[in-house]
Each structure stands twice: as structure tokens, then as C-alpha cells.
Design a protein around this ligand. Sequence first.
Ligand SMILES: Nc1ncnc2c1ncn2[C@@H]1O[C@H](COP(=O)(O)OP(=O)(O)O)[C@@H](O)[C@H]1O
Ligand SMILES: [Mg+2]
Length: 179
Amino acid sequence: MVAISDYEVLEKLYEGRRSLVCRAQNTTMQQSFILKLMQAEYPSLEELGRYRLEYDIINRLETDGVVQAYELIPHQNGLVRVLEDFGGESLQALLQTQRFALVEFLELAIVLTDILGRIHAANVIHKDINPANILLNPQSRQVKLIDFGNSTVLSRANPSTQMCWKGRYLICLLSRPDG
Ligand SMILES: Nc1ncnc2c1ncn2[C@@H]1O[C@H](COP(=O)(O)OP(=O)(O)O)[C@@H](O)[C@H]1O
Ligand SMILES: [Mg+2]
């Protein structure tokens, strides 16, 4: 298992093509966090830039409907993102073992709509809403969104000025008033 200074890895939660996610205990704070690591052994500058941008986007969203990102730690050739652990599990995982009653489904839909409204009010478009990116704590029923890896920020000054990623490349569309 990976070794990251100040953290004791407790369990692996997810391993995908681009990322590895685990639950870890901060040895100083004695508190549980989620670590999201880059899978690439040699991430490109674009990948590193995108990872930093995603961290900045999460930090501009001061809402409890989004999993907080606390720190970016350099690790080997990449970066590790330290995330909030609120005991959430993805809807994708939960739906493997349980079905939601209609009232639970509607409650979830209402909470999600509210979270998305707050994200949009901060000029961020998530662009990847799916059951793997929605977390629910089955006990507290708290709901939070994760994974802003495909998200777009709209500029306040000029809503047509966008930063977005197409595939693995950052495309800055700096549109001028004259088009
Ligand atoms: N803060 C978290 N708490 C609990 N599980 C998480 C957390 N962040 C990620 N995960 C788990 O890891 C999976 C992948 O995380 P995600 O950030 O969506 O990675 P990717 O960018 O590879 O899609 C999620 O579907 C979820 O199961
Ligand atoms: Mg995801």
C-alpha cells in the first residue's frame, strides 16, 4: 500500500484508470481523511495543472454539499489531494446492495438540486453528475458531491469567458466583445 507522510492508510476505497482513493488516518490529528492519488507514474504538466485547478475549484465552493479539499501534497512525481471524510459512500456502491424508497429518492433529488443550485451560483458547472460522484452517509443521510475533474468555471466579468477541459487538454476560451 502507498506510504504518505503524516498519514496511515486504512483502506483502499477505489482504484480506477486515473486515480486511487483511500481512507487514511492523519497521525498528528488522529482524524480520518480521504486521499485521492494520481495513478500515472509520470503525470504530464497538463494532468498536474488540471489536478491543481480542480483543487482550486473545490475551494471556491464554500458549501457543505461539496466534499472539502484541505491540502495538495506532492507525492512521488504527482500530487495527493486530502479530502473530507464524512462517512459517505457513492450512490453507485449503495445501489448495488439496496433500493431507495420513493420518498428517499425524492429527498435525495431535492437535496441534490439545492447543492447544484449553490454550485451554479458560484459559477461552476460540474459536468459529470452520476451515481459514482454523489456520496451519501447512510446514517446521517448527508449528501455531498465529489469529482470536479470535468467541471467548468464561468467568469463573473464575462460569462462567455470559460475555462474548460476537453479530454486531457485545457482550453482557455477568451472570447472578446467583438467575438
Ligand atoms: N471523500 C470521499 N469519501 C468517500 N469515498 C470517496 C470520496 N472521494 C472519492 N470516493 C470514492 O472514490 C470514487 C472515485 O472518486 P472520484 O473523485 O470520483 O475519482 P475519479 O476522478 O477517478 O472518478 C468515488 O466514486 C467514491 O466511491
Ligand atoms: Mg468520479
